[in-house]
Design a protein around this ligand. Structure first.
Ligand code: HEC
Ligand code: HEC
Length: 204
């Protein structure tokens, strides 16, 4: 009898915690998988791994951040000719589900290519630049670039996407919630931008 009780408790636990996702979210996740498998995968990959450097990797990104970006693409607050038609028909519940779907995926860091450049990037990331008043990226995005539910994960992202977003923040082309990142981007030199993006790609 005791063993039976344990089994039930075990099964319930598995149902609640399988993959770290509560049972109530399983149906939503199935819907997210359907949407991702239907079209998002073409650019972002089935697991959010995004094989092409122009498309951001979504694996391991925070669910709330993803849902917010999708809502911003839909409202036009964040402009992207590519993403606008993708989100047109998504409901808030689907956006949340898609966020959860990608959050559970694993992303690995990339091996470093140019050690000297990566070292410059690591310094900028952890220490900023006191001469230009650039704050460290780590102070907001975390020492490993893992972010928080409100702040994007950067670790393992394609360098080209990171550089592109920094340029967009700087030119005020990315205007959703850009108060902070506009200031950061305006203080980064081209070398620092390139170096920090290369360093971010090595984080996991
Ligand atoms: C044709 C290629 C393409 C398809 C299909 C596509 N995306 Fe995107 N996605 C992009 C590009 C390009 C960007 C970067 C936009 C920018 O420059 O701001 C992006 C950005 C995003 C971002 C923001 C990432 C971040 O780190 O801020 C999210 C979230 C996202 N896409 C989710 C989706 C979802 C969900 C779908 C399917 C419903 C989808 N995308 C389909 C190309 C695509
Ligand atoms: C004071 C806090 C703060 C600091 C310091 C900071 N960031 Fe950010 N960063 C943010 C916030 C907040 C966002 C999310 C903006 C949004 O929601 O659209 C963001 C977004 C980003 C994005 C877009 C990510 C994506 O997935 O689209 C990049 C790239 C980025 N930051 C890089 C950096 C780099 C590199 C540094 C250091 C040189 C840095 N940030 C320093 C707060 C910060």
């Amino acid at each position: 009898m005791r063993k039976f009780g344990k089994l039930i408790a075990g099964a319930a636990l598995t149902a609640v915690f399988s993959g770290g996702v509560p049972a109530a979210d399983q149906a939503a996740l199935a819907r997210a998988e359907e949407i991702v498998g239907g079209r998002c995968f073409l650019c972002h990959g089935l697991e959010g791994e995004s094989a092409s450097p122009v498309f951001p990797r979504l694996a391991g990104q925070h669910a709330d951040y993803i849902a917010k970006q999708l809502a911003d693409f839909k409202s036009g607050k964040r402009k992207s000719d590519t993403m606008a038609p993708q989100v047109e028909e998504l409901t808030p519940a689907e956006m949340k589900a898609i966020g959860l779907f990608f959050q559970t995926k694993e992303i690995g860091g990339r091996p470093l290519k140019d050690g000297e450049l990566v070292a410059v990037g690591k310094f900028i990331f952890n220490r900023g630049n006191q001469f230009s008043g650039l704050p460290s990226c780590a102070s907001c995005h975390g020492p490993k670039g893992l972010g928080t539910p409100q702040l994007p994960r950067l670790a393992g992202q394609h360098p080209r996407y990171i550089e592109d977003q920094i340029k967009q923040f700087n030119k005020r082309e990315r205007t959703n919630d850009n108060a902070v990142m506009h200031t950061v981007a305006s203080k980064l030199s081209e070398l620092e931008t390139h170096a920090v993006a290369e360093y971010i790609a090595t984080l996991e």
